[in-house]
Design a protein around this ligand. Structure first.
Ligand code: CUA
Length: 354
């Protein structure tokens, strides 16, 4: 009788595991078992191969443990059990069988690694990705003439085209690289790849359908690691080209007194020393913080964590630490730098940058 509740718990655990494994219907935005492009599908095939093998091994091993526990349990006999010293045939078997299983898994795994490595396809879009604390910067290297455009936290891509990701950790002439490892992961588009300071790592992603694919830094990198999110936004090719065209244009002139005040505050508070804002009179192409040229085109900010609402922006500019621990931007709130009215003007200005 006393054994029954424990079996209940075991069944519950099994149901939970089965439930998690079967939730592949798109309800989970970061479900690696619900691939949305060819790279993720190729990798998912490895899971389809390895998981059933693992389940069989698991059931076999656990089954034998249960049999041994029940069959050889202490029956209150007052003598030691029969002593056994080795069994050559068994030992050879349990060495060879796992070795064969591992070889069987290694062959397709290594083949997949080679298939997904190597130089980019001829028509690939190349994006240089830099991991900051705590957001990702995307630089579109071969997306048209002129200076590459830069975005933060939201990576726009065309569908049905390879996107070659260069995780650039080597310090450049204009880029500070903080000595912290991150990991770039969009579960529905590809497996993880580490971002390593001092090195360049590459990977590729590709999406079949337009949509938003959520990503996440997958390597502990400091206080706000869990909020170092991002989104890959996939477009039809024509829509992607239209998006590129809007990104290439500088920000528009302020069209009201309030917006002009915001533009001036951007200078007075030296925002341009960290943020690029192409079109602003004091733009210095700074790369410490996210580029803001088309800030109002973004859905979320601060590492794709907060909706771009007036209220959230006010709080962010006032005290970034209150929304995101470890953020490198200093506070500009009331009593520090800006009055309430000035905060309004600066936020209105940011919201006008579409
Ligand atoms: Cu970046 Cu964790």
């Amino acid at each position: 009788m006393r054994g029954r509740p424990r079996w209940g718990i075991a069944w519950l655990a099994l149901l939970l595991v089965a439930g998690c494994a079967s939730a592949g219907d798109g309800a989970l935005p970061q479900n690696a078992l619900d691939p949305a492009g060819p790279v993720a599908r190729i990798q998912d095939r490895l899971w389809d191969l390895v998981f059933p093998v693992a389940v069989v091994v698991f059931i076999l091993v656990q089954g034998l443990i249960i049999v041994a526990v029940v069959k050889f349990r202490d029956r209150g006999e007052d003598r030691p059990p029969r002593q056994i010293a080795g069994n050559t045939r068994l030992e050879v078997m349990w060495t060879i069988i796992p070795a064969l299983i591992l070889v069987g898994i290694a062959v397709p795994t290594i083949a997949t690694i080679f298939q997904l490595a190597g130089p980019p396809a001829d028509d690939a879009l190349t994006v240089r990705v830099i991991g900051k604390q705590y957001w990702w910067q995307f630089e579109y290297l071969n997306a048209g003439p002129g200076e590459p455009i830069r975005t933060a936290s939201e990576l726009h891509i065309p569908i049905d085209r390879e996107v070659f990701i260069e995780l650039e950790g080597r310090p450049g002439e204009t880029e500070d690289v903080v000595d912290v490892i991150h990991s770039f992961w969009v579960p529905r588009l590809a497996g993880k790849q580490d971002y390593v300071p001092g090195h360049i790592r590459t990977m590729r992603i590709q999406a079949d359908e337009p949509g938003t694919y959520q990503g996440q830094c997958a390597e502990f990198c400091g206080l706000s690691h869990a909020d170092m999110r991002f989104a890959v936004i996939a477009h039809e090719p024509a829509d992607f080209d239209a998006w590129l065209a809007t990104q290439r244009a500088p920000a528009g002139e302020p069209t009201s007194g309030l917006l002009r005040q915001g533009e001036q505050l951007f200078s007075q508070q030296q925002c341009f020393t960290c943020h690029t804002l192409d079109g602003h009179p004091d733009n210095a192409n700074a790369r410490t913080g996210p580029a803001l040229t088309h800030f109002a085109e973004r859905q979320k900010f601060a590492g794709y964590t907060y909706d771009r609402t007036d209220e959230n922006l006010r709080q962010w500019v006032s005290n970034p630490q209150s929304l995101k621990l470890g953020a490198q931007m200093p506070p500009y709130g009331t009593g520090v730098a800006l009055s309430d009215q000035e905060l309004d003007a600066l936020v209105a200005y940011l919201q006008s940058l579409d």
